[in-house]
Design a protein around this ligand. Structure first.
Ligand code: PMP
Ligand code: GLN
Length: 387
């Protein structure tokens, strides 16, 4: 008997741009400023904390919602930063990374035929996740050139079928951040509608120039309808560990956990216990803005002596650059430009067009500056050969 035909549920999905560009970077021995991950190690104290957790028996299933001590610490940390309390028992869940948290939130909220507004460019998992839930992704572009939210376009995109909106701040790929005014404007637009907010705040501790990270819940009325999602992978330089958090009011958390329970059940125990211990000291995350700001400043200042034009970067570990003034590059589309730079000068960026669902070209590429200073300096040396 022949195998049954498997009709794809995700016809538009192929290999992610991150994997493609990392493979190309390896092939050409290019400096990889493409895929977003640090090329330096985490704090040895964090490794010690996880080792101690393993050696002291944290090796079986933890509670479905996550290690209670970790949830307490996440609750205390959130309250100390934002002045908003989430109950560790009923309102905080530990996940296998933010990607799983986003999928589970979408599966919990989105019903067949529901529309979800997605602000493009965006992290590449959102749209396929919505489709898997049977929903319809409604892309609304951030303003071209500045990546500011276009609230008129958001308001126009709302229909009776709109079930949720996904916001990401600090933003991947642009490096822009949302202010309290942005959140208030969104809150006003959706106030009289049954619309949930999925707020992807994985870069919460990478906001620069003395500004605070404005979480969705900086507007009190948004708390009741919002899932706030974060990732220790970003905060502690351990993207491979895949431990995330979701803060949401109890009724939303209850539905979230129904999905979480039957997708992963729980996240791995030793990492959770180790992170719980490590979180006793707030210094590592409080020092993170300065740590990454120094890298942004080093890279952006050096880019100024190249023909690339850096765009505003207020947060995250990404900065975008425009290449329309570079004669060698300006006739290439963004994907061609990223491939050309990898091959010809040995530096790998990510094309911003990859973060859109329909062809959108702005002569803009994204660099990840979560790299050792020596890596950034080598990249700049190579970029300087551009004419
Ligand atoms: N959201 C955004 C905006 C991201 O850039 C990433 C990083 N890959 C994630 C979510 C996923 O985080 P995690 O690795 O914890 O799944
Ligand atoms: N979020 C990372 C980035 O934008 C990549 C994560 C992944 O490879 N899926 O580069």
């Amino acid at each position: 008997m022949n195998a049954p035909e498997l009709e794809t549920k995700l016809p538009k999905v192929g290999t992610t741009i991150f994997s493609l560009m990392s493979a190309l970077a390896a092939k050409h021995r290019a400096v990889n400023l493409g895929q977003g991950f640090p090329d330096f190690d985490c704090d040895p104290k964090l490794i010690d904390a996880v080792s101690v957790a393993m050696q002291s028996g944290h090796n079986q299933y933890p509670l479905m919602a996550g290690n209670p001590r970790l949830r307490e610490r996440v609750s205390a940390k959130f309250e100390s930063i934002h002045g908003v309390r989430y109950d560790a028992v009923n309102e905080i869940t530990i996940t296998s990374g933010a990607t799983q948290a986003i999928l589970s939130a979408i599966l919990a909220v989105v019903r067949a035929g529901d529309e979800v507004i997605v602000l493009e460019p965006c992290y590449d998992s959102y749209m396929p996740n919505i489709e898997l839930a049977g929903g319809v992704a409604v892309p609304v572009h951030l303003k071209h050139g500045t990546f500011e939210p276009d609230f008129d376009a958001i308001a126009k995109a709302i229909t009776p079928k709109t079930r949720a909106i996904i916001v990401n701040t600090p933003h991947n790929p642009s490096g822009r951040t949302w202010t309290r005014t942005h959140w208030q404007t969104l809150a006003d637009i959706i106030a009289s509608r049954d619309i949930f907010v999925i707020s992807d705040e994985v870069y919460e501790h990478m906001v620069f120039d003395g500004k605070p990270h404005e979480s969705a819940v900086c507007v009190p009325s948004l708390r009741d309808r919002t899932f706030v999602i974060s990732s220790f992978g970003k905060t502690f330089h351990v993207t491979g560990w895949k431990i995330g958090t979701v803060c949401a009011p109890a009724p939303l958390t209850a539905e979230f956990r129904k999905v979480h329970q039957y997708t992963v059940f729980t996240a791995n125990s030793a990492m959770q216990e180790g992170i719980a211990s490590y979180l006793a000291d707030p210094k590592p995350y409080l020092e993170l803005p300065a740590f990454y700001q120094a890298k942004r400043d080093r890279f952006v200042a050096a880019l100024a002596s190249t023909p690339l034009r850096a765009l505003a970067c207020e947060g995250s570990y990404f900065v975008c650059a425009n290449y329309e003034d570079v004669p060698t590059l300006r006739d290439l589309n963004e994907r061609e430009c990223a491939e050309w730079m990898t091959r010809e000068i040995g530096v790998t960026p990510i094309p911003v067009s990859a973060f859109y669902s329909t062809p959108t070209e702005q002569r803009t590429i994204r660099f990840c500056f979560a790299k050792k200073d020596a890596t950034l300096d080598e990249a700049i040396k190579r970029i300087s050969s551009l004419v």
